[in-house]
Write a new protein. Structure first.
Length: 629
């Protein structure tokens, strides 16, 4: 329930009013109902519009159910006192008061249940209930009782016929209740709004007096648009109050023989009254219909503002830019999130979508746009776009085809763009880390050469290639002479340095991209030479041995006095039924042959025509070489 700011302030400033507020409202109810009853009875227009019931119903709708008994008592006392003072017979007064209170009770019970919202006359559902229960049902019930009473007691003088009773009470409920509720709640527009549009009330009063003071000019229907204008500019409270003012002025003039209704040639007084009530009732109905439309408009406006505020919130705090463009790429809507990419929304609205995409990505982006234009519903692309500074950043664009709601034809593309530069950097670092780990997995940590794992993989690959191409494949196996004595004499750190020197010597000689130097294990090294004849392998092995001798690494435990190596070579054209480990076995046999013959030399293990069949002789040769080691 809306409560006027002034009423809250006054309650805070007047503790006495807060303490005795119920008694004050009860007294106001008594005075209001008594005044409404007395005024209508004194001017003899009770058969035109009955105000008292509408005033009492307003108090009940704003009060809790436990307070109703007190308000009913105040309303009963007010109507009884006012009608007695107006000179109406006591028996008639009691009957009329009982019928009026019954009518108010029916309307209040139907409109205000124990748990229900307060009256809200601009709400469509509540207004419809008010029209049905308060304006139609309750007066019809009381009017039916009046008809029954007059049927049984024809000489009973109630002052109104059943139809006049129903019409007067309908108008009273329909006009007075909204006005009273607005007054009691302070439900009027601000004083600033009243100062701006107060002239409408003055104009309405003048037009009403002019329309019903003569019957020459048909001015009475000008009242309707003025009432509607008051409703639009000043709200329901002032509109209902203005309608009540119009009803009082029109009733007064009609009863005094002025206006088009009073000058009509009817046989009885009843017909002008019906015309007058129909005129006022039509005005009330017009206001209610307009209020429903205004309320609906306000709801739509509120929903629109809520959606706009939500859209602004999302656009402001979302990292994703939302772009709406036609099928040609011309943008019509851009959110402020594009500022994260360095662009202003108004700048992007003047450019075509493809222009800012990196040239290497434009063809792919145009292809996706064409797919969307031909019926593809969704698509996603990662591309580089240019910032105003000229720098390119990576973005991820999620695109969806937009169709016309009526025809279903494609009309545009909705594009949700996100800056993924940081993710791309992270992916690049992850890729580099992966390659580093992969390199570690296939690289010997000490020498930087390929390790045994990479050697096995590479040998298997080259074996299959050489078999397919019918090309020779050579393998050199190297071993440091007397390396155990070297470690015992110079220490393991010098031994590691020696192995590094040997690796460098190998790499100085083996320069072809397809060749591979690997550490086979311990002080042993291997060299894979694809598409190399046996003579070429022997030459490479001699060059490696010579390169190491030229380094003149001291080794007192070795006969030459320097570090030397022994090498065994093997060459084969792979055939079906043979396997790569056999090549290693032959090279290893040649290495031990070099060891057995005195070290610091290169020995050949087999001919190019094929692998020897007596590999079983390798073990005795190794044993002999080990004895001389």
């Amino acid at each position: 329930m809306r409560v006027g700011a002034a009423s809250i302030t006054s309650r805070r400033q007047h503790p006495w009013l807060q303490k005795h507020g119920f008694r004050v409202r009860l007294a106001v109810c008594f005075l209001s109902v008594a005044l409404a009853t007395g005024v209508i009875c004194s001017v003899s227009v009770a058969n035109l519009i009955w105000l008292a019931n509408g005033v009492l119903l307003a108090f009940l709708l704003l009060a809790s159910r436990r307070r109703w008994q007190a308000f009913f008592a105040a309303g009963f006392a007010a109507q009884l006192s006012a009608m007695l003072l107006a000179g109406i017979a006591a028996r008639i007064v009691l009957l009329l008061t009982a019928l009026n209170l019954l009518e108010v009770l029916i309307a209040a019970l139907l409109l205000r249940k124990r748990i229900s919202p307060p009256p809200h006359f601009t709400d469509r559902s509540y207004l419809i209930r008010f029209l049905i229960f308060a304006i139609l049902t309750a007066p019809l019930v009381s009017g039916s009782l009046v008809a029954l009473l007059l049927a049984f007691w024809p000489h009973l003088r109630l002052g109104s016929s059943p139809l006049e009773w129903i019409a007067a009470n309908c108008l009273g409920m329909g006009i007075v209740t909204p006005v009273s509720v607005a007054i009691l709640r302070g439900d009027f527009r601000s004083w600033r709004c009243f100062k701006r549009h107060w002239s409408l009330l003055l104009l309405l009063t003048a037009v009403t007096l002019a329309a019903f003071s003569q019957d020459k000019l048909p001015l009475l229907f000008i009242v309707y648009p003025l009432l509607a204008l008051v409703l639009i500019r000043l709200g329901m409270g002032w509109a209902a109050l203005s309608t009540l003012m119009v009803a009082v002025l029109v009733s007064w003039q009609t009863l005094h023989g002025l206006g088009p209704f009073a000058q009509s040639h009817f046989p009885s007084h009843f017909e002008p009254v019906i015309q007058l009530q129909f005129f006022v009732g039509s005005a009330v109905l017009l206001l209610y219909i307009i209020s429903i439309l205004l309320e609906r408009e306000q709801e739509i406006l509120h929903q629109f503002e809520k959606a706009a505020a939500l859209n602004a919130l999302v656009s402001k705090y979302s990292r994703d830019a939302i772009i709406l463009a036609d099928l040609n790429g011309q943008r019509s809507y851009v959110t402020s999130a594009v500022e994260n990419l360095g662009w202003r929304p108004e700048d992007l609205l003047t450019q075509n979508g493809i222009q800012i995409i990196h040239p290497d990505d434009q063809l792919r982006a145009q292809s996706i746009m064409n797919e969307l234009s031909t019926g593809c519903e969704v698509a996603m692309i990662e591309c580089r776009v240019q910032k105003p500074s000229g720098e390119y950043v990576w973005v991820e664009a999620s695109l969806r085809l937009v169709r016309d709601s009526d025809s279903g034809q494609p009309t545009g593309i909705l594009n949700v763009v996100r800056d993924v530069s940081e993710r791309k950097k992270a992916e690049q670092k992850l890729q580099e880390a992966y390659h580093a780990v992969e390199a570690l997995a296939v690289t010997d940590a000490l020498t930087g050469l390929a390790n045994r794992r990479q050697f096995d993989q590479y040998l298997s690959t080259e074996w299959r290639r050489s078999m397919r191409d019918r090309q020779p494949l050579s393998l050199i196996m190297l071993d440091v002479d007397k390396f155990k004595d070297y470690n015992d004499t110079y220490g393991h750190q010098r031994g590691d340095s020696c192995l590094k020197q040997i690796a460098e010597a190998c790499m100085d000689v083996v320069a072809r991209p397809g060749d591979l130097v690997a550490r086979f294990g311990g002080e042993e090294f291997v060299v894979i030479l694809p598409n190399t004849e046996n003579d070429g392998a022997m030459q490479v092995a001699e060059q490696i041995c010579e390169a190491l001798r030229n380094r003149r690494l001291p080794h007192s435990g070795n006969l030459p006095g320097i570090v030397t190596i022994s090498a065994g070579c093997a060459t084969v054209i792979p055939k079906f039924g043979k396997h790569a480990p056999e090549l290693v076995e032959v090279a290893d046999l040649a290495l031990y042959k070099a060891k057995h013959e005195g070290r610091n030399r290169v020995c050949n293990g087999n001919l190019i025509e094929g692998l020897p069949e007596d590999l079983h002789m390798a073990e005795p040769l190794r044993s002999a070489a080990n004895k001389t080691a």
